[in-house]
Design a protein around this ligand. Structure first.
Ligand code: CP
Ligand code: NVA
Length: 311
């Protein structure tokens, strides 16, 4: 059976644990100069319909370092842009490559690809979810905080694709998650409901949704933010800037959190909007380690799905 990662609800607790452990192990071995090349002869297709720096390059370098070959395809350069059905493209690519990472707008497109493919399909960001981002982010929490159990993790900002994946993760891993969004920009009901359905008696039922960022960050161990207007929402920028007043992660807001609070941002960041320059450039900031961990986590994901080490 092939395994896809379209949202974090596709994973069980054991899958998360395996990926965290393996990514941390692969990172350690890489830093010791040990070359792990289990994917020699394998290839990863990347179909990207939106811009990317980190996700694209970290998947590509992950594949190369594991001995495999990445093949990047901008949608515009494929027959998809000339309306070849997703199902046909998926069936053909399944005959050439060993896994496919996709970044696109409508989440239903990655679902279509996954259904028609015989190879693993990995969501590299859709309008709805960014699952691999949160996998590497929790890896960073584990490294810096020693674990995620009992840590108060607070989302401050838009109820977007990254936030949705945090809600999914919280449901499966029973995280102590608080989500603070402006009114009208909250987590969509379908994400709340599917997450709540996934957890037993705890998890998503315990996630706190609020419109008060100051209250939310009280005693936080981790504060996470992301841009106010995501890719595809550029024309809403000024309307959103007005709606998100008071939601900037800055020194004043963070004074309510624990003194050793860790601030995360998936990047790219808009300095002076969702996060102040001072916080982004603070000594000891972990944003760059957070970005690096994407490569290590993507290695663990690729190895696990392509070699079917767990499925
Ligand atoms: N965090 C992230 O996904 O960045 P990119 O858009 O650069 O891939
Ligand atoms: N929410 C952002 C994340 C970018 C990595 C976007 O979708 O543009």
């Amino acid at each position: 059976m092939k395994k896809d990662i379209l949202s974090l609800l596709d994973l069980e607790v054991d899958d998360f644990t395996h990926l965290f452990q393996r990514a941390i192990q692969l990172k350690k071995r890489f830093n010791q100069g040990i070359s792990d090349r289990p994917l020699i002869g394998k290839s990863l297709g990347l179909i990207f319909d939106k811009k990317s720096t980190r996700t694209r390059v970290s998947f590509e370098t992950a594949m190369i370092q594991l001995g495999g070959t990445p093949i990047y395809m901008s949608t515009q350069d494929t027959q998809i842009s000339r309306n070849e059905p997703a199902e046909d493209t998926a069936r053909v690519l399944s005959r050439y490559i060993d896994a496919l990472a996709m970044r696109t707008f409508d989440h239903s497109l990655v679902e279509k690809f996954a259904k028609a493919s015989t190879i693993p399909v990995i969501n590299a960001l859709t309008d709805s979810f960014h699952p691999c981002q949160i996998l590497s982010d929790i890896m960073t929490v584990i490294e810096v905080k020693g674990g995620y159990a009992g840590k108060k993790i607070v989302w401050v900002g838009d109820g977007n694709n990254v936030a949705n994946s945090w809600v999914n993760a919280a449901a499966v891993l029973d995280l102590n998650l608080v989500v603070a969004t402006p009114e009208g920009y909250g987590i969509p009901d379908y994400v709340k409901n599917s997450s709540a359905a996934r957890c037993s008696s705890k998890g998503a039922n315990k996630i706190v949704f609020t419109h008060d960022p100051a209250e939310a960050v009280k005693d936080a161990d981790v504060v996470y933010t992301d841009v106010w207007a995501s890719m595809g929402q550029e024309e809403e920028q000024s309307k959103r800037e007005a709606a998100f007043k008071g939601f900037q992660v800055n020194r004043e807001l963070l004074s309510k959190a624990k003194p050793d609070v860790m601030v995360l941002h998936c990047l790219p960041a808009h300095r002076g909007e969702e996060i102040s320059e001072e916080i982004l450039e603070a000594p000891g900031a972990v944003f760059w380690d957070q970005a690096e961990n994407k490569r290590h986590m993507h290695k663990a994901i690729l190895e696990t799905l392509i070699l079917k080490t767990r499925y």
